[in-house]
Write a new protein. Structure first.
Length: 167
């Protein structure tokens, strides 16, 4: 049985469409997994001595440091390590505490409060800016910031300090 040219063309185009659709699903699921799987337990990113120091640097002596250490997560890109403590004991009206460290030296270079814009949105995302010393951070602006109509701020590390850029 011979297939007509139209039938063969239809089969080929349908097959290509199906392959492209399946490929698109793999690519889109891969990029989602990459952005959500970057956060890891902080204990996997730093030594136990560094973990103890990070928790001590950011909590009161009366805090349950073992509990905070077990809930803390980190996100690292290049020489920047961001720590989200993921505990209500380090949250307040201004949001929840996050810290930034130079991974190479252990120097704390950021302590701020960030509120999560929505449950579906990460508390912090890395973005690249040409010339910035470290990856920039995309975060929800603090509650005490005057309303500028922005839902996120961009913090970039320039000349040894964090600067807010207009998004």
């Amino acid at each position: 049985m011979k297939l007509s040219t139209v039938t063969r063309t239809t089969i080929v185009l349908s097959s290509l469409s199906l392959l492209l659709a399946i490929g698109g699903l793999f690519i889109s699921s891969g990029s989602k997994a990459e952005s959500t799987e970057q956060w890891q337990p902080l204990s996997r990113l730093v030594s136990s001595q560094q973990l103890t120091q990070i928790i001590a640097d950011n909590t009161a002596p009366s805090a349950n440091r073992a509990e905070i250490a077990s809930s803390a997560v980190g996100l690292q890109k290049g020489d920047l390590l961001i720590v989200d403590f993921e505990t209500s004991s380090l949250c307040g009206v201004g949001g929840c505490a996050i810290s930034g460290y130079r991974a190479s030296t252990g120097e704390q270079i950021l302590l701020t409060y960030v509120r999560q814009a929505s449950v579906s949105q990460p508390i912090v995302e890395f973005i690249e800016r040409p010339g910035a010393e470290l990856p920039c951070l995309l975060i929800a602006p603090p509650i005490n910031t005057p309303a500028r109509g922005l839902t996120q701020d961009t913090l970039c590390y320039w000349n040894g300090e964090w600067v807010t850029e207009d998004s």
